[in-house]
Design a protein around this ligand. Structure first.
Ligand SMILES: Nc1ncnc2c1ncn2[C@@H]1O[C@H](COP(=O)(O)OP(=O)(O)OP(=O)(O)O)[C@@H](O)[C@H]1O
Length: 610
């Protein structure tokens, strides 16, 4: 048996994370796998844009030809070709970019799903699932805009702008100087406005996430909300969050408008300035009219790249806000629940590398469970739940955990499933510390029925097969019979293929517990953990399932948490937990004779007289 090493939990902790990367680099990391498509789309858009650049030059040629009395056919044909060709190329470019944006989002969503589904239980306990959902949906959608139009538009507009500026400088250095002053002023305004857009977008997305969490809270306890007549109060909370999202959205709109109008004003002021100064120079005979017209056309042509650049910068800020929220999910600790060779290998809580212990010739050897001096607290700052729990539950048989509410019984199961790691001592299955088991192997050996026996949205069959997707029809039929589900299956319109509703809303609490027990048994576990699994059953069904439990205990290590001692009087051993320590272990008769707390518990349930 490996000796517990107090420093060990740290060995399983996350590697220290590196310094946070610059957000623009993060955008590039998302886009990098698609760089070829991005370059292709960007090039097409750029080419489409360049055809526009030809237009002022051809217009100058047309005017010059008019003045010289030459034919207009050639320049007009070139102009028409440039317009049509430019339109087709631009459309192709925009499709390629849009497709790339969708692919980037797909990649991000896949990565997020893979991370979310593998989060540590402790992380999900403290987070709000509604907010996580909004990160997967709303924030990734925001990212799409950046990677579609944002990056490539910014690049192509910059190139077009530079090309236009060079052309201007070549055409007339003085007028170019006038234009440059106006454009620099525009850039200064942008530098001030853009970070405000980023911050407002992030706050707006956070408010959306908050709405998701609130909705989840309401639908998670819908009947309670109704019964408490709390609809109005809950709706008000949702309204407030919606208003927060609205006000931040309005702020984004306001700052985006400032950015847009600044770009527009810059071009128009530049136009007026060029018209004024250029007109004066034409009047003085220093500049040809055609050159002034071409310069003005060029200026108008640059209006589009400049406003696109402003738009892209705005989108980029929104995308960065989304990336910050998406990246926060990457910071959460997750576990390696994949079979060896599976997963992405980057888990913060890896399963141990030791080969799982031999499960016996038929894969059904009952597991041995051992706790030695286990200490545990749920989080820093919270009081310890276990103060040194020690007990053995080896081989086949029924072990019951009893004790007052809050004594730490469910926590014993959570440590066995490795939802949490003990802070000290050792939790062993088959003599191997659970941290040394591959996680998938450990959980594969265990069947677990949670306290509130959740049923997932889907059919009854989906629910039974959740932990044992390969189970045969015969095995399912056998489990249905043993878990006393035959009557339910017969009553449901489509038998096993009937939907059981969101959280099992169309079946009763007792039926839900039986479905959960059947699901755990179908897996043919070597260790079966039942947490208050029969608390909602009527006397007849409880007696029947007690039979099932005892039958399973013949070749499985079955551990049950029970408040109703009637369920466990025939257990092979009863572990009495009180305030995080094991105060006694024995059979019912031994404990009634030797342990005051157990005797009181038994007496209060009329099993014995004090
Ligand atoms: N996820 C959690 N985060 C923080 N504290 C928790 C968490 N789960 C349980 N606790 C606390 O740990 C203590 C032990 O809880 P546990 O559920 O193990 O008790 P229990 O003996 O199973 O109780 P019950 O019989 O009422 O189900 C309780 O004080 C509880 O409030």
């Amino acid at each position: 048996m490996p000796d517990p090493d107090p420093s060990r939990p740290d060995a399983h902790e996350a590697e220290p994370r590196g310094a946070p990367k610059a957000p623009v680099r993060r955008i590039w990391e998302y886009a990098r796998p698609h760089w070829k498509a991005l370059v292709a789309g960007g090039l097409l858009t750029f080419l489409g844009g360049m055809t526009g650049l030809v237009q002022p030059l051809v217009a100058k040629a047309v005017i010059d030809a008019l003045g010289a009395g030459e034919s207009l056919v050639g320049p007009l044909l070139v102009l028409t070709g440039a317009v049509i060709g430019g339109a087709v190329i631009s459309a192709a470019g925009s499709f390629v970019l849009e497709r790339t944006g969708q692919s980037v989002v797909l990649g991000v969503r896949r990565r997020l799903v893979s991370r979310l589904i593998r989060l540590r239980v402790a992380e999900v306990d403290r987070l709000k699932p509604g907010d996580l959902v909004s990160r997967l949906t709303a924030d990734t959608t925001l990212l799409r805009t950046v990677t579609t139009s944002g990056i490539s538009n910014a690049l192509t507009s910059s190139v077009l702008l530079v090309a236009g500026i060079v052309l201007m400088a070549v055409m007339d250095l003085f007028l170019f100087g006038v234009t440059a002053v106006v454009i620099v002023l525009n850039v200064v305004v942008m530098v001030v406005v853009l970070p405000k857009i980023g911050r407002a977008t992030e706050a707006s997305q956070a408010a959306l996430g908050e709405m998701g969490s609130m909705l989840e809270r309401v639908f998670g306890a819908f009947r309670t909300v109704k019964a408490a007549s709390a609809e109005t109060a809950e709706a008000r909370r949702l309204d407030e969050a919606a208003e927060r999202a609205w006000s931040k959205g309005v702020a984004v709109a306001g700052w985006s408008a400032v950015a847009g109008v600044t770009a527009w004003l810059a071009i128009n002021i530049a136009f007026l300035a060029v018209l004024g100064f250029g007109g004066a120079r034409v009047a003085a005979g220093d500049l040809e009219v055609s050159s002034l017209i071409a310069f003005l056309l060029l200026l108008f042509y640059l209006m589009e790249p400049i406003s696109t650049l402003a738009e892209s910068a705005t989108e980029l800020q929104s995308g960065l806000a989304a990336i910050r929220r998406i990246d926060e999910v990457g910071e959460l600790r997750r576990e390696d629940t994949d079979a060896p060779g599976g997963g992405d290998g980057g888990a913060d809580v890896p399963g141990g590398g030791a080969p799982p212990p031999d499960p016996g010739p038929d894969g059904r050897r009952p597991a041995r469970v051992g706790f030695t001096d286990v200490t545990f607290r749920y989080a820093e700052g919270l009081p310890p739940v276990h103060h040194g729990v020690t007990f053995e539950a080896a081989g086949a048989g029924l072990t019951a955990l009893v004790g007052p509410s809050g004594a730490g019984k469910t926590t014993v199961f959570s440590l066995l499933e490795r939802f949490y790691d003990a802070t000290g001592g050792s939790v062993r299955v088959d003599g191997v510390d659970v941290r040394d088991w591959p996680l998938a192997g450990l959980r594969g050996a265990i069947g677990y029925v949670e306290q509130d026996a959740p049923v997932l949205d889907g059919t009854l069959r989906d629910n039974l097969l959740l932990a044992a997707p390969e189970a045969t029809e015969a095995a399912i039929a056998d489990i249905v019979r043993r878990a006393r589900l035959t009557e339910l299956v017969g009553r449901l319109p489509d038998g096993l293929d009937s939907a059981v509703g969101h959280r099992g809303t169309t079946i009763s609490g007792g039926e839900r517990q039986r479905v959960a027990i059947a699901r755990a048994l179908l897996r043919r576990p070597r260790l079966l953990l039942l947490d208050e699994a029969t608390s909602q059953l009527d006397a007849a069904n409880e007696a029947a399932l007690k039979e099932v439990m005892l039958e399973a205990a013949r070749d499985t290590n079955v551990m049950v948490v029970a408040h109703r001692l009637s369920t466990v009087t025939s257990a092979d051993r009863i572990v009495v937990l009180d305030a995080g320590v094991v105060r006694a272990v024995g059979t019912h008769e031994e404990l009634v004779a030797a342990d005051d707390l157990y005797r009181d518990l038994a007496a209060s349930q009329l099993l014995t007289t004090p």
